[in-house]
Each structure stands twice: as structure tokens, then as C-alpha cells.
Design a protein around this ligand. Structure first.
Ligand SMILES: Cc1cc2nc3c(=O)[nH]c(=O)nc-3n(C[C@H](O)[C@H](O)[C@H](O)COP(=O)(O)O)c2cc1C
Length: 255
């Protein structure tokens, strides 16, 4: 039986997030508990805009992530620089192409952690994470936070990126700050911790596309007369029916 497969997937215009992605990889590998692969999100900006932005040359040795590759993996560490306090369009464009995975529940129950870069200390590392969570919730992905496993995360007399939401780099407004050894160590810890959690959550042979055999269904509850705080009896049955119709209609879009 193989180990769970974790993908580290990043978008990086100037290289800061890429360096953190490589540190995440080292942490995952150090654990010895998961197999690891590195991917990047496809670029969506035109070449002339990237030139105006003085973007770093794209590293063509790192393959681009696709929904098909995503589906086959067991867990994900995903990193991106902030754009006005939220995720970049490149990442959003990829997730907007995962409707088919959603319709099949292909990512249901799989763990995902996040990491970041901002220009400034208060440029939005936390808002970038927080505003990305609906993507995880709608896919049924499990968000794995970082917590505060490193003493560097409590320093107030030095610039240190990262937070309980995930590792991070402060790049400087001109991008001239490089990831520090503290930021890199926090990312390595995140990788190691994520591998441990993933290996505990996912037995290698668990088929996440199948519901657990013993799970109670809404109709079980109706039969036994069990009530929720929000709805009871026939009202609940009606709303379940409406919800099912809506989901079926939406799923048909992807057939
Ligand atoms: C369009 C745009 C919007 C940005 N918005 C923010 C922002 O809201 N806060 C911030 O601190 N940095 C902001 N930045 C700076 C980037 O986050 C920074 O360049 C990035 O973290 C560097 O990471 P990278 O080298 O991996 O691309 C912005 C950059 C661009 C191009």
C-alpha cells in the first residue's frame, strides 16, 4: 500500500511563494509519511502585462496543476501571493474550472493547508486565507490551519511572515526582501505537521468518493422522527427535496 499523496501547488510572480513552496516540500518529505509532488498554477496574465510588472521568468520545470491531477491526490498545500488582500485571479481561475470535481464530490474530506506572501506586514496574509475558505467549504475540503508551532511566530521586534493561517513571507513593497530563515523554518514545520495530519486522516486505501457505509442519511432521521434545531418532520423533508433538485440541476451542467 502506498503513502498518501500530497501536492504542493503555488502561484508566484516574483519567486517568494515559490521559495516557501520548496520549504513546505522539505517539511513534507522530512516526515517520511507522504509522497509529495510540486505543481504551479497556470499563468493567466498576458506576456506584455507580466513584462510591465517585471515578473520573474516562469519556471517551466514545474508542471501546471490540472483538475485531473488534483482529483488523484489525497491532500494539498496551496500557496499564493495576495492581490488586494485576496487570492490572485490565477488561483481563482483554476478553482473556477473545478466544477466537475465539485459535482462528483471528488475532493470531499481531503485536507488542504494554505501559505502566502504579502508586500507588507499588514498587507493581508490573514484576509487572503480567510477569504479563500469558501472554496474549501464548497468542495468539502478540510482546512488544516497551522496554529503557532514556532517561537518565531511570537516575535514583535522583527519582520516575520506567517500566522496561524499558514506560513508566509513579507516580500517588501519592491519585492527586495527575501524569505528569512525564520519564515522558511515555519514553512518546513507546516509541511511536516500537514504530513502527520494527512497520514492520520487518510488510510492509503480509503476511497473518499464513497460515503461511509454506516453514515446516517436524512431519510434515516425522518424515519426515526429525529428533529434538528432548524426543521422537523415534513418541513425538513420538503427542504431536503428542494435542495436535492437544486443539486441535481447544477450537477447536470457538468455532464
Ligand atoms: C495587483 C497586485 C496587488 C497586490 N496587493 C497587495 C496587497 O493587498 N497587500 C500586500 O501586502 N501586497 C500586495 N501585493 C504585493 C504582492 O503580494 C507581492 O508582490 C507578493 O507577495 C510577492 O510574492 P511572489 O514573489 O511569490 O510573487 C500586490 C501585488 C500586485 C501585483
Amino acid at each position: 500500500m502506498g503513502k498518501p499523496k500530497v501536492l504542493v501547488i503555488y502561484y508566484s510572480t516574483y519567486g517568494h511563494v515559490k521559495t516557501i513552496a520548496q520549504a513546505e516540500m522539505r517539511g513534507l518529505q522530512k516526515s517520511g509519511k507522504v509522497d509529495v509532488e510540486l505543481y504551479q498554477f497556470a499563468e493567466t496574465l498576458p506576456g506584455e502585462i507580466l513584462e510591465q510588472m517585471h515578473a520573474a521568468p516562469r519556471d517551466t520545470s514545474v508542471p501546471e496543476i490540472t483538475p485531473e491531477i488534483l482529483e488523484k491526490a489525497d491532500g494539498f498545500l496551496v500557496g499564493f501571493p495576495t492581490r488586494f488582500g485576496v487570492a490572485p485571479a490565477q488561483v481563482k481561475a483554476f478553482f473556477d474550472a473545478t466544477g466537475s470535481l465539485w459535482s462528483r464530490g471528488a475532493l470531499l474530506g481531503k485536507p488542504m493547508g494554505l501559505f502566502f506572501s504579502t508586500a507588507s506586514q499588514h498587507g493581508g496574509q490573514e484576509s487572503t486565507a480567510f477569504s479563500f475558505l469558501p472554496h474549501l467549504a464548497h468542495h468539502g475540503l478540510m482546512y488544516v490551519s497551522l496554529g503557532t508551532p514556532s517561537p518565531y511566530m511570537f516575535e514583535n521586534d522583527a519582520i516575520v511572515g506567517g500566522s496561524p493561517w499558514g506560513a508566509g513571507v513579507i516580500a517588501g513593497s519592491d519585492g527586495s526582501l527575501q524569505p528569512t530563515y525564520k519564515e522558511i523554518e515555519i514553512a518546513e514545520i507546516q509541511g511536516e505537521k500537514f504530513a502527520e495530519i494527512t497520514s492520520k486522516l487518510l488510510a492509503p486505501d480509503r476511497d473518499l468518493t464513497q460515503p461511509p457505509a454506516a453514515a446516517a442519511t436524512p431519510s434515516d432521521n425522518q424515519q426515526s422522527g429525529a428533529a434538528t434545531p432548524l426543521s422537523t418532520g415534513s418541513n425538513k423533508s420538503k427542504s431536503n427535496g428542494r435542495m436535492r433538485q437544486f443539486v441535481d440541476k447544477f450537477k447536470n451542467l457538468f455532464k
